[in-house]
Design a protein around this ligand. Structure first.
Ligand code: GLN
Length: 248
């Protein structure tokens, strides 16, 4: 299972945000601690999306993050106060290529999925019915995560982020029981994430807010997100809500 990271806080270089701490995202790519049986390392590429004055920038590579020179040569020169990053462990039968690496982006939104959709793609039939042929043609890669992003984009046009994410997780779980659905979404000011059968932690204080598959250091203020919950964070703000149909 992939590992992802969301950050909103004081400006830092993209490289520092990926390498900071004794258990940074780069370290989690080759020595993750909490994969829960979903793979061993995250070597099938990585990606990062950052918000800046010119809007949303993105860099992705099919290389393992530790072996990709632009991490050092380029991403150390880009500074941002908001970022989403992911290191990938491709699910069996899904392609290892740049276009399959999260984050997926649209306008000011960036998105990552840590997990697997059981029975993909056959389980998509009903869920994808409301999506137009034009939008379906925008599927970036033949993977479950890219398909989830199409479904989520559609819902984000009509629903606020918490509702769009929560309804998507509940609908996908109903269509594909046993799926692992840790989703991460950001707009440059706020981050939202679901914990659905995978590890997730948050660190929030007055200045920063971080969501991570695994804590990147030993700071005692990291909080583990309980399974089947959704979190909203921004600096000085943390809301944790159960994912239940009746609460939507
Ligand atoms: N299933 C997704 C993919 O193959 C995510 C993989 C993961 O979380 N390991 O890209």
């Amino acid at each position: 299972m992939c590992r992802h990271l969301g950050y909103v806080g004081p400006p830092c270089s993209v490289r520092d945000l990926l390498t900071f701490g004794s258990h940074s995202l780069v370290r989690q790519s080759w020595a993750p601690k909490d994969m829960r049986g979903g793979g061993t390392i995250n070597a099938d590429g990585y990606g990062v999306a950052w918000w800046g004055r010119e809007g949303l920038g993105r860099y992705r590579s099919a290389q393992p993050v530790w072996a990709d020179p632009p991490l050092r040569e380029t991403l150390s020169h880009i500074h941002t106060g908001a970022l989403i990053a992911a290191v990938r462990s491709a699910t069996e039968s899904m392609p290892v290529e740049r276009s399959a690496c999260a984050p997926f982006v649209d306008g000011r939104w960036a998105f990552s999925h840590n997990g697997v959709v059981r029975g993909w793609p056959n389980m998509m039939a009903d869920l994808a019915a409301p999506i137009s042929a034009t939008d379906l043609s925008r599927l970036e890669a033949p993977t479950d995560s890219a398909a989830l992003w199409l479904l989520l984009q559609h819902r984000l046009r009509e629903q606020p982020p918490v509702r769009a994410l929560a309804s998507l997780v509940l609908d996908v779980d109903a269509a594909a029981p046993g799926s692992r659905l840790n989703l991460l979404l950001g707009n440059g000011e706020e981050l939202w994430a679901t914990a659905w059968d995978h590890s997730l932690s948050v660190l929030v204080d007055e200045n920063l807010s971080i969501i991570a598959s695994e804590p990147y250091d030993d700071d005692p203020n990291w909080k583990s997100v309980p399974d089947r919950h959704i979190v909203s964070v921004r600096p000085g703000h943390l809301i944790v809500t159960p994912l239940r149909t009746g609460d939507l």
